[in-house]
Design a protein around this ligand. Structure first.
Ligand code: UDP
Length: 345
């Protein structure tokens, strides 16, 4: 099988290409703006990488969509700070550029696995979000946080419609707060624009306060990336075409925790880490209103828990890694990376 992965240097892309090359005989074509997360795969004979921009290298992309059996367009801005600070950039990249890719998949009859998002459920009141029945609830327009959710939802609907007309073989996946090595770039965390786990780790490393937005009572279910990749591999393999036309939540409902408890758990793991056991002081944990942290365009989701019956039933998938282990692996990887960067200086 020939697979095209756009955004292959991203958090999911790099973990996926590594798994594919290590465990299957498939050939992977990948594009990304950068290659800093791809050390493990760049020299592999079955990996063909182009450093490029999906908004520029359009001919390369079209040629490879035509040539490949499967496309995973993983290019997207996926951090809440960007939704409120750069909503148009989110629209242009996450929606417009990806719509072009979807249409080319239709044109060349290439199968697509499209990353939807747990954000599409928005502020849905359900205790567990179901792919095929939960309402998708967004806030008012001036709350720009929802532009990402809205872009992804509309693409879900467009893809679904092409599928319904028999023009596209597709699967939609909805990752729920995946974490693990290479989650965000350390520089993004320094600017305060990364996802919560990376942000807290960098705060700990820099002995800055960990800031709990609105007190940190909001909850998330964190999913270890390799568990998510297990599920994705089953979808790619698609035995009996079981994943065609389906939407899959990919998350770990057992790993639910409030942001506040997450902060305390991470600080404890950090204090027990050999590199930091003997530090003189550790970050304090403070509370900030969301307006101060993100600005007026922000609105939060208080619980976000996946129902995963669909993935269990159709794919026999179960997430395996518990929360303390997932956080430990993530923390260890970041601290190792920071140690490596410090040695380079
Ligand atoms: N959050 C926080 N402090 C931070 C960063 C994030 O309290 O320094 C909160 C954020 O308000 C949200 C949750 O952590 O409720 C998860 O944020 P993340 O950016 O990981 O993305 P989300 O799960 O909202 O998509």
């Amino acid at each position: 099988m020939k697979i095209l992965i756009l955004g292959v240097n991203g958090f999911i892309g790099n973990a996926l290409v590594r798994r594919i090359l290590n465990t299957r005989d498939w050939e992977v074509f990948g594009m990304d703006l950068y290659d800093n997360k791809l050390d493990h795969s760049l020299n592999h004979p079955r990996f063909h990488f182009l450093e490029g921009d999906i908004a520029i290298n359009k001919e390369w992309i079209e040629y490879h969509i035509k040539k490949c059996d499967l496309v995973l367009p993983l290019v997207a801005i996926a951090t809440p700070m960007s939704y409120v600070k750069q909503p148009l950039k989110v629209f242009e990249l996450d929606f417009e550029e990806n719509l072009r890719i979807v249409r080319q998949c239709v044109k060349y009859q290439t199968r697509i696995i499209f990353p939807s998002t747990s954000e599409v459920y928005g502020m849905s009141a359900e205790s567990e979000f179901q792919e095929d029945s939960s309402p998708l609830v967004l806030g008012p327009i001036h709350k720009q946080r929802w532009i990402y959710s809205c872009c992804k939802q509309l693409l879900d609907r467009v893809i679904w419609a092409y599928g319904q007309e028999g023009k596209l073989q597709f699967t939609l996946i909805r990752p729920f707060n995946w974490i693990g090595p290479k989650l965000d770039d350390i520089d993004a965390a320094k600017e305060g624009s990364s996802r919560v786990v990376t942000q807290f780790i960098i705060n700990l490393v820099n002995r800055e306060p960990i800031r709990l937005v609105d007190g940190g009572l909001q909850k998330r279910c964190f999913t270890y990336v390799e568990d998510g990749i297990d599920c994705l591999m089953k979808i790619i393999e698609n035995p009996g075409q079981v994943a065609d036309g389906q939407i899959f939540n990919i998350g770990n409902p057992h790993n639910e925790i409030s942001v506040k408890d997450l902060a305390y758990m991470l600080r404890e793991l950090f204090q027990n880490h050999p590199d930091h056991r003997h530090d003189q002081e550790y970050s304090e944990i403070i509370e900030v209103p969301h307006e101060d942290y993100y600005g007026q365009g922000y609105q939060d989701i208080l619980t976000r828990k996946p129902a995963i019956g669909q993935a269990r039933r159709l794919l026999a998938w179960e997430p395996k890694t518990d929360l303390p282990t997932s956080l430990k692996y993530t923390l260890d990887a970041f601290l190792a990376e920071i140690r490596r960067l410090n040695h380079q200086v």
